[in-house]
Design a binder for this molecule. Structure first.
Ligand code: BG6
Length: 485
């Protein structure tokens, strides 16, 4: 059983919370996968109390799934409390510390504490500074259960001189979850890492890239290294190109202010698309431990180089979306080609392409062979022209046959035993952070390598080295249309 755990969510009324975190927390709760004693402190600016926040949470969940069982929903909501606060004010962090102290007192133990930064990346630095000065990174506030409970007392820590709480009972851990993109550029990411390093050890830091927790992507390593049928062909001799596609039909959907400060390359290129490339290209880890897997992903990410000019485009009408600057040059689409100068991959193009407002939602890694290869799948001889690791519209791995019917055959769903619970990406992110398993989180080496790939592209775009193409929503951008200077 997991020890009593408290999660503090900064940005608890934002888009990420509503769309991903709230449903994930609910599902984990409904499946009995949350710790037995489990509290969520939701932090946001809105002038609310616990009841108003619970109403908001209930409405949010019911909007997406109107038929949730009311008894389970009611029990779920009871685990939440609300902290009205301002991310920039020290007083607000004192409130968080007081609430956590009270939760420890109620639980009668020093609870595990998980801080979730579900805010835009511009806020990370300030939040970390405040976490530091308010002593929140230190597991336990002084707690005296029952009568006479004293709230926090912040004293300078004798060794470091930094403020610290008197440490009553040190039983719980403290961990921090940070959303992608980790920082706004390489310099900022390195600064964040320095700040984090002063507060937490690497084993406490969980840098999220929820694509790593997508089922299909979790299965790539099994597909490549355990099943092994394709591994002899996984190289430049047999593979012509690898296309990584993250296509979204929707536009930015009310996330104007957040998105306009980032653009497609920072939003999904610097992280999701590059992690997809890393999984398909990395060498075999010594074992499947977090350390070994992360080291191999980082090693390959360090080797990717831009092979061709990077194209960018913006959908028509983007500049009039709420929160977007009327003179915005932010890209809503990019297409870049990377290469790897390694014996396995020299000469093979890795084409990463993503956009909003495209004709369809589709996300996959497509691996194309130069000539059809012959493999045996479930005892059947198959001539394969390509392999597709699909995430959208449905998670599956499929083999495209060179000819014959059906043209596409599912490789395996890796479904596990019948009745086994499957967890969606954000459920897995939360569960693994609570378990302390860092395999599906990015290391500092990976994040730095990812920024190093992306920085020259952003610099070239800033100098307007690549034109900003325009495309009509619902179409694929093409070079021939409307170039905006
Ligand atoms: C997020 C991006 O990280 O991933 C969004 O910020 C994008 O812009 C989303 O829509 C896609 O994730 P999923 O899980 O819905 O495919």
């Amino acid at each position: 059983m997991t020890n009593p755990t408290a999660v503090v969510i900064f940005g608890a009324t934002g888009d990420l919370f509503r769309k991903k975190l709230a449903p994930a927390l609910y599902k984990l709760f409904a499946k009995g996968q949350t710790p037995e004693v489990f509290r969520v402190a939701a932090f946001s600016r809105r002038p609310w109390g616990d009841d108003q926040f619970r109403q908001f949470l209930s409405d949010t969940l019911l909007e997406k799934s109107p038929n949730l069982p009311s008894e389970t929903l009611k029990k779920f909501l009871e685990h939440f409390l609300y902290i009205e606060g301002d991310l920039g004010s020290s007083d607000s962090y004192q409130k968080v510390a007081e609430v956590l102290g009270r939760l420890d007192a109620e639980a009668g133990v020093c609870m595990n504490k998980l801080f979730y930064l579900a805010t835009p990346p511009v806020s990370y630095e300030g939040i970390l500074d405040h976490i530091s000065t308010s002593g929140l990174a230190i597991p336990c506030a002084p707690v005296e259960v029952g009568e006479g409970w004293t709230p926090l007392e912040v004293r300078p820590d004798a060794a470091s001189g930094r403020p610290a709480f008197y440490d009553g009972r040190l039983t719980g851990w403290t961990r921090i979850l940070i959303e992608k993109p980790f920082g706004s550029d390489l310099k900022n990411a390195e600064k964040l890492d320095r700040l984090l390093g002063e507060l937490f050890s690497e084993t406490q830091i969980f840098r999220i890239d929820h694509y790593l927790a997508k089922e299909t992507l979790q299965h790539i390593l099994k597909f490549r290294f355990s099943d092994g049928a394709f591994e002899p062909f996984w190289n430049r001799e047999h593979i012509e190109k690898i296309a990584i596609k993250l296509f979204e039909k929707e536009g930015i959907n009310g996330r104007g202010a957040f998105y306009d400060a980032l653009g497609a390359l920072r939003d999904v290129g610097q992280n999701h698309a590059l992690q997809m490339a890393a999984l398909v290209a990395m060498e075999k880890p010594e074992d499947f431990s977090a350390a070994a897997v992360r080291a191999k992903r980082a090693a390959i990410l360090k080797k990717f180089k831009l092979a061709k000019d990077a194209a960018r485009a913006q959908y028509q009408g983007y500049k009039t979306e709420p929160g977007v600057s009327p003179s915005s040059t932010t890209e809503t689409y990019f297409k870049i080609e990377l290469g790897l100068a390694t014996p396995r991959w020299r000469g093979v193009g890795f084409i990463l392409e993503s956009g909003k407002g495209l004709p369809q939602s589709y996300a996959a890694i497509e691996v194309y062979f130069k000539k059809p290869i012959e493999v045996t799948i479930s005892g059947e001889r198959v001539l394969a022209a390509a392999v597709k690791f699909k995430i959208q519209p449905k998670e599956e791995i499929s083999i495209m046959r060179h000819s014959g019917n059906p043209a596409e055959i599912p490789f395996s769903t890796y479904g596990g035993a019948v009745g086994e619970t499957k967890n969606e990406a954000y459920e897995k992110v939360l569960l693994d952070a609570i378990k302390g398993d860092q395999t599906l989180f990015t290391s500092t080496d990976e994040v730095v390598a990812e920024w190093k790939i992306v920085m020259p592209i952003l610099a070239a775009w800033r100098k307007a080295a690549a034109p900003l193409l325009k495309y009509a929503k619902g179409t694929m951008p093409e070079r021939r249309i409307d170039i905006e200077k």
